[in-house]
Design a protein around this ligand. Structure first.
Ligand SMILES: [Zn+2]
Length: 203
């Protein structure tokens, strides 16, 4: 088969998406080019809109549309005294769907040593500010059971050492390499219930 540059470039891009290898990327691209009017055209439009209008909230790290405020920050009527810190929005969605936790969320946007993630982009300063501003009593770290997740946990703990706040982490039992996104509701519930202190200023 002859290589068409546009197609090859699209396959390369799509195979960077989570869960997709070159083979499934190729299948997706064939489906797309076979349905240019139904798929490629509206998708190109929507992607352009997303690129222009959807940004990351500087305070909590969630995604927001420029035409409205951040749903995570501004639409919460209830006051909470807990913040759950996760790596990405998918983790927040899993935790929300499992109904195991009621409180604020803070989305770091990665971990310290993950490729291409700089400490400055992880919104740790804004976490410290939120803890102060919202008089938070507990920061729950729901990070993945990886070296990067644990390094990030200790970095956050250190950043919060002057804040009067308990820092807890989800109970062990989360399989190594897993993040909250991969856990079923039962495991999440017990990980939240049995969370343990990582640091306290009251000791
Ligand atoms: Zn926000």
């Amino acid at each position: 088969m002859q290589n068409i540059d546009e197609i090859e470039n699209l396959i390369k891009l799509i195979s960077k998406l989570p869960g997709l290898g070159p083979k499934s990327a190729r299948r997706i691209v064939l489906k797309l080019v076979g349905n240019k009017d139904e798929l490629v055209k509206p998708m190109a439009n929507i992607l352009a809109q997303v690129y222009k209008n959807v940004t990351r909230c500087n305070s909590c790290g969630s995604l927001k549309s420029n035409s409205e405020g951040c749903l995570n920050c501004e639409n919460i009527k209830e006051k909470f005294d807990k913040i759950c810190v996760v790596e990405d929005l998918a983790d927040q969605w899993s935790i929300e769907n499992s109904n195991t936790y009621k409180g604020y969320f803070h989305i770091l946007g990665g971990t310290i040593s993950s490729v291409g993630t700089k400490k400055e982009n992880l919104l740790i300063n804004s976490l410290v500010n939120r803890v102060k501003k919202d008089k938070i009593g507990e920061v729950i770290l729901a990070l993945s059971e990886t070296v990067e997740g644990q390094t990030t946990a200790f970095y956050i703990k250190d950043s919060l050492k002057n804040s009067n706040v308990n820092v807890t982490k989800l109970a062990r039992g989360m399989p190594v390499g897993y993040s909250p996104e991969n856990l079923d509701d039962g495991t999440l519930l017990s990980a939240f219930k049995n969370r343990s202190k990582l640091n306290t200023n009251f000791d």
